[in-house]
Design a protein around this ligand. Structure first.
Ligand code: FAD
Ligand code: MG
Length: 382
């Protein structure tokens, strides 16, 4: 018997027409069911839009990292962002033995280490800022960071609560010198020419992670967002009321979140509206990681030429820029350089501003910074 494909197909996918039922059924299906399904669909789309996922915070990069996608809060995008931040941590943390940085440090004085392209690029940028700041920012600060072991959010190394001996510091100081870093672009390899040298990207990699988070947000078509990776802030897009963003500057002597004033940040210009406009605000301060001995505060930002925490009257430097990795490096560099040289460095870079807070409760800012003081126990100096 000939196999009738058409009949089988018809049996599976079509019903035999029921002549007496067809017009009523079709009418019912077209006029009632389809619009109902459509309405239910629209309802769920609106409902899911109204049900934006709230801001998300996770502990990573040794600090509390928060992202707020506002009305477009979306589980998948939050997950992608935090997965990406962890990926960067796994590549660039000195505390993870398999990271590119740990491998470079372990092979110091022995052999070059091939690293991921993005690690290579962050190290290249770190070396660029070391050169630009005349060594005030120095990513080879690792041995000194380990010796002092100043941490707060989470123990980083053996915690020290006392000042190390001068001879210990002096023994390690010759190992802190960015000139001894060799970068081989063709093989993405990095080499420290002396044993015992160690990279530390703590002053730049959080900024890189924030930039990468902003890229994910732009790709996902999110219209506004706030990223805060332990003080590395990015404001993205334009606020609903189209007013400037207000970003608080932390009060050095009060609880986290209490501010001495705020920066007015404008992300909108007519020609920028096509892509997601971003601005970054990054602070380096003495009040997050420190211990005190004999009335002196020993904090985590070191003068690479001395091996001691910087003591120049500055409590914090906040840098405003377009790229968070740049602002991160610059806030540390300007802190170490001090007000005169630090503000000159910041002023020399187009679109970059800074606010300096001093221990005598004075504040200075570069020409285009838009800092509004609210704590009247402080005063702005011009
Ligand atoms: P910044 O001024 O931006 O940086 C200060 C940090 O940079 C110092 O802590 C030191 O590490 C380094 N530094 C000091 N002086 C100089 C200098 N002159 N030039 C260059 N660098 C300098 N913290 C933990 O407690 N546990 C962790 O496991 C941990 N993992 C991290 C992983 C990654 C990938 C990153 C980027 C950070 C991690 N941190 C961790 C946090 C880190 O150790 C720093 O404390 C933090 O990045 C300091 O940032 P900041 O913005 O406060 O100050
Ligand atoms: Mg920094």
């Amino acid at each position: 018997m000939a196999f009738n494909n058409k009949n089988i197909f018809q049996k599976i996918f079509y019903r035999e027409p029921h002549k007496h039922r067809e017009p009523a059924f079709r009418y019912f299906f077209l006029i009632r069911i389809i619009p109902c399904l459509f309405a239910v669909n629209i309802f769920f789309i609106f409902y899911s839009c109204l049900q934006a996922e709230p801001a998300r915070s996770e502990f990573t990069l040794g600090t509390l990292c928060s992202v707020n996608l506002y009305e477009q809060g979306n589980n998948d995008v939050y997950k992608e962002i935090f997965d990406r931040i962890r990926e960067i941590e796994n590549l660039m943390s000195v505390n993870i033995p398999s990271s590119d940085i740990s491998l470079i440090n372990a092979a110091a004085g022995i052999a070059p280490v091939k690293v991921h392209e993005e690690t290579f690029n962050v190290i290249k940028n770190a070396v660029y800022y070391a050169r630009l700041s005349d060594g005030a920012f120095d990513p080879s600060i690792g041995p000194i960071v380990s010796l002092w072991g100043i941490g707060n959010d989470e123990p980083r190394h053996e915690q020290l609560t006392h000042v190390p001996g001068r001879e210990e510091i002096e023994k390690l100081l010759p190992l802190v010198n960015w000139h001894f870093i060799r970068l081989y672009e063709d093989t993405s390899s990095v080499f420290f020419i002396h044993e015992g040298m160690a990279l530390d990207l703590g002053a730049i990699a959080k900024g890189y992670a924030a930039d990468e988070a902003a890229k994910i947000i732009e790709r996902a078509g999110i219209k506004r967002a706030l990223i805060d990776l332990g003080g590395n802030i990015i404001v993205a897009g334009v606020k609903k009321d189209r007013k400037p963003w207000r970003v608080g500057v932390q009060s050095p002597d009060k609880a986290r979140g209490e501010t001495i004033g705020y920066l007015q940040i404008t992300t909108l210009t007519a020609e920028q509206e096509e892509s997601l406009p971003v601005k970054t605000i990054v602070t380096s301060g003495t009040y997050e990681r420190f211990f005190e001995e004999n009335g002196i505060r020993y904090h985590h930002i070191f003068d690479p030429s001395l091996g001691y925490p910087v003591q120049n009257g500055i409590i914090s430097v906040t840098v405003i820029a377009d790229v968070s990795m740049d602002a991160d490096a610059l806030s540390t560099a300007a802190f170490v350089l001090g007000y005169e040289r630090g503000s000159a460095l910041v002023e020399s870079i187009t679109g970059t501003e800074a606010v300096f807070v001093f221990d005598d409760k004075s504040i200075r800012q570069t020409s285009g910074a838009n800092f509004i003081l609210t704590d009247k126990t402080y005063n702005i100096k011009y």
